[in-house]
Write a protein that binds this ligand. Structure first.
Ligand code: ADP
Length: 482
């Protein structure tokens, strides 16, 4: 079975968030298990600068509106393929800047999706399964059902993974003409969405199988609260919708041999974690006599989804309880401002770094005691998985993948791997932090919880096998139909 994973980002090539970790790790896990899997990505400028790629000598041409746009296909180690088109991808960012998304994102990803299919033909690579990820690859399933349903792709099935339903690739109706899809499909049963064109919806309609990244989120998105307007479409496909929990790459995230952190450590010898904490306090210019204070971290996109507004509201109380807060992230301009203001009010108690910094993220996971994820919704969340692996206990809202991966602390038994709250209110977050800080004062108990969290298994093996099972089931169904 040939599996082709199409995505707009994947480690180690390009990353803005969890999607890249998931795609990169899944590819790696499939290969490790001996499965024939390939990756297709746009060739962003950063990839060109950092990797030495081979030119396959193949070129594809895609009609976009009245234009015909061409791109060359590059490859890396015979596994990853890249669609080059400098006009669209030779830019510093993947999707846009803090001021907003690139204005031509519809054309960029129409081009990418069609170019992937053209490239398959040009390379003679006939996939059995195309595993699509988020709106950027949402048109692919519908292309396969329409203008690419020819012999070459006759046996190909698609699986569409929704990593975050909040991002749908919604564009003006006039952009539909750029897709080249049949005009009569532009209706509410098709990719039309309240007068606009919705790329993710195209994927939800066209794919044989739909997955999302946790069981709880798979149930949540069938409701109006979490469905972002697509709950009706998803309800119709409910029997083909599955939750497959994300993992993290245990080779990359391993406190026992992480070269980016101050000292390595393991559940049986936590002394290195104390050194990591000391180093982190120093790096954030927190004074040395703060060693007893719990350090709470947040690493992530600074977007409304991540619950930064209730964190900012609760921050005064949290620091007055004696905790230190470290925030690393970048995202929306408005949130940069409010978080910067909170950090300004609490110099020496809140440390903020606006930006993307992989190695600082590792040092934060290793040096902090708790990890804040007060998200409004969280399809899976990777931050809490990395935090637990490094012995930081999540303080998180009980939603989506957070509910599925964090075991709630039981004060009477001293069990659990983190702290959960339900209501999206600053007061509920504050009470949850208070409970965590109370548990933290009992070092023996805390270390018990921390070891438990570190020993949880969130590696990719079983989830990659689940995907493989779904590919097989979809293929078997398709073969019965042919
Ligand atoms: P999302 O996919 O919604 O952005 P996740 O929690 O699923 O959130 O994944 C985020 C991943 O990206 C985590 O591995 C986190 O450590 C990493 N990350 C997010 N922001 C930054 C940043 N500013 N610097 C370094 N790593 C980051």
């Amino acid at each position: 079975m040939k599996v082709l994973i199409a995505a707009s980002e994947a480690v180690p090539y390009a990353k803005t968030g969890g999607l890249a970790d998931v795609v990169g790790a899944l590819l790696k896990e499939h290969r490790k298990a001996g499965r024939e899997a390939y990756l297709f990505l746009p060739l962003y400028r950063g990839i060109k600068e950092r990797f030495s790629l081979e030119d396959t000598g193949r070129k594809v041409t895609v009609p976009i509106g009245g234009r015909r746009i061409s791109g060359r296909i590059f490859s890396h180690e015979g596994v990853a393929f890249f669609v080059e088109c400098d006009e669209f991808f030779g830019r510093s960012e993947l999707y846009g800047t803090p001021e907003g998304d690139y204005a031509d994102n519809s054309s960029r990803f129409i081009f990418f999706d069609r170019a992937v299919l053209e490239a398959c033909k040009a390379l003679g690579l006939r996939p059995d399964v195309i595993h699509c990820n988020d709106w950027q690859t949402g048109l692919l399933p519908l292309y396969l059902k329409t203008i690419y349903s020819s012999d070459f792709f006759r046996g190909t099935v698609t699986l569409m993974t929704v990593h975050n339903l909040g991002y749908q690739g919604l564009f003006e109706a006039r952009d539909y003409a750029l897709t080249g899809l049949p005009p009569e499909l532009f209706n509410p049963e098709g990719p039309e969405f309240y007068g606009k064109v919705n790329f993710l919806k195209a994927g939800l309609i066209g794919a044989e199988i739909i997955t999302t990244v946790s069981e709880t989120y798979a149930r949540e998105i069938l409701t109006a609260e979490f469905g972002s307007g697509l709950e009706g479409v998803l309800m119709k496909r409910a029997s083909d919708l599955h939750g497959v929990l994300n993992g993290i790459d245990y080779e990359e995230w391993d406190p026992g041999r992480d070269s980016l952190i101050d000292s390595v450590y393991s559940p049986s010898d936590l002394s290195g974690k104390a050194s990591c904490k000391r180093a982190l306090l120093k790096e954030c210019s927190f004074s040395g006599n703060d060693r007893k204070a719990p350090v709470m971290a947040l690493v992530g996109r600074l977007s409304a989804q991540k619950g930064l507004d209730i964190l900012v509201e609760a921050a005064d109380d949290i620091v007055s309880m004696g905790a230190k807060i470290i925030i690393l992230g970048r995202g929306e301009e408005e949130i940069h401002k409010s978080v910067t203001a909170a950090a300004g009010r609490h110099k020496g108690r809140i440390f903020l770094k606006v930006g993307y910094d992989e190695s600082f993220a590792h040092r934060i996971y290793a040096g902090s005691d708790m990890f804040l994820m007060p998200s409004i919704y969280e399809p899976c969340g990777l931050g809490q998985l990395a935090a637990m692996r490094y012995g930081g206990l999540p303080v998180a809202r009980r939603t989506g993948g957070l509910a599925d991966t964090v075991e709630e602390y039981e004060p009477l038994k001293g069990l659990g791997t983190g702290f959960l709250f339900d209501d999206y209110r600053a007061g509920s977050l504050r009470e949850c932090v208070r409970l965590a800080m109370c548990a933290y004062t009992d070092t023996a108990r805390w270390n018990g919880l921390l070891r438990r969290a570190m020993e949880k298994d969130f590696s990719w093996g079983s989830s990659a096998r689940k995907y493989y099972g779904l590919y097989k089931a979809a293929l078997a169904r398709k073969r019965r139909q042919l």
